[in-house]
Design a binder for this molecule. Structure first.
Ligand code: SF4
Length: 260
């Protein structure tokens, strides 16, 4: 038998239920993920050097120095750019351009790479290094493009990431340079180094660096900014002994390994 005290408790619980529901409804929803957030990557704390005013100053200096920065891999279309970018891993663009000069005429269409003789293709791309893995990626990506994407390089990050040998860096290069789609920031070895020297990130993992940059760089600048940092990293802010005396960012840079 239920006592009158228990009855009161039950009644009060029953009364409280709708109130709880209402409170849950009124509670602020979890803050939305920043629009720029890459799927599966948690935004990290913004680096001290990434204040809006300092970021604006850095972008202005980069615009002054490299107004026309662009991708330095030779290509005539999105597919060639994809292949060149796969080949550029751990290799200079100059070397890749030397190889693709004869490679692209020999394999003019995606189907030519898709059904190439692997042993022959390995030798064709050998000077770019890691030629066995790169051959697998080139053939795998080409085959998928031919068989699942109608011979066209896809235009979305998810579809590009489904291609063998394609990660965010390659996908960002293709989407940004070939299609003008700002899907993220290209984080190669130069961007990785410069983003740290300029204190736009405190991370070393490329995915986290990209996330940090996407949070502080306006989306309309992502494509150009990637090229500008790469150009600056190749020409001035080189890995060993950066040429700080020639650098127009010197006054706003406080990198530990500055040379002046
Ligand atoms: S001042 Fe030196 S370290 Fe800083 S961005 Fe310029 S070249 Fe790089």
């Amino acid at each position: 038998m239920v006592s009158s005290a228990e009855m009161r408790t039950k009644k009060s619980k029953l009364k409280k239920a709708p109130a709880k529901k209402a409170a849950r409804k009124a509670a602020p929803k979890r803050a939305p993920r920043p629009r720029s957030a890459a799927r599966g990557v948690k935004p990290s704390a913004i680096a001290a050097g990434a204040t809006p005013a300092r970021v604006r100053a850095i972008l202005k200096k980069l615009d002054e120095a490299y107004p026309n920065a662009t991708c330095e891999l030779d290509h005539d279309n999105a597919f060639q750019l994809l292949i060149a970018t796969i080949l550029s891993a751990q290799c200079t663009d100059v070397r890749v351009n030397q190889v693709t000069k004869t490679l692209f005429p020999k394999y003019p269409a995606p189907k030519d790479f898709a059904y190439a003789n692997p042993a022959e293709l390995e030798q064709d791309i050998r000077p770019t290094g890691f030629f066995r893995n790169k051959t697998k990626s080139v053939i795998g990506a080409s085959r998928k493009i031919v068989e699942e994407f109608g011979g066209e390089v896809p235009r979305t990050m998810d579809d590009l990431l489904s291609l063998p040998g394609v990660a965010r860096k390659t996908a960002n290069v293709v989407l940004g340079t070939a299609y003008g789609i700002a899907s993220g920031v290209v984080v190669d070895t130069h961007v990785q180094r410069l983003a740290n020297r300029l204190d736009l990130t405190r991370n070393s993992d490329p995915k986290k660096i990209e996330q940090d940059l996407m949070q502080v760089i306006p989306q309309e600048k992502w494509i150009l900014f990637s090229h500008q940092l790469i150009w600056h990293g190749r020409r001035v802010c080189v890995a060993r002994k950066p040429r700080c005396v020639e650098c127009n960012l010197e006054r706003i840079c406080y990198a530990k390994d500055k040379t002046i």
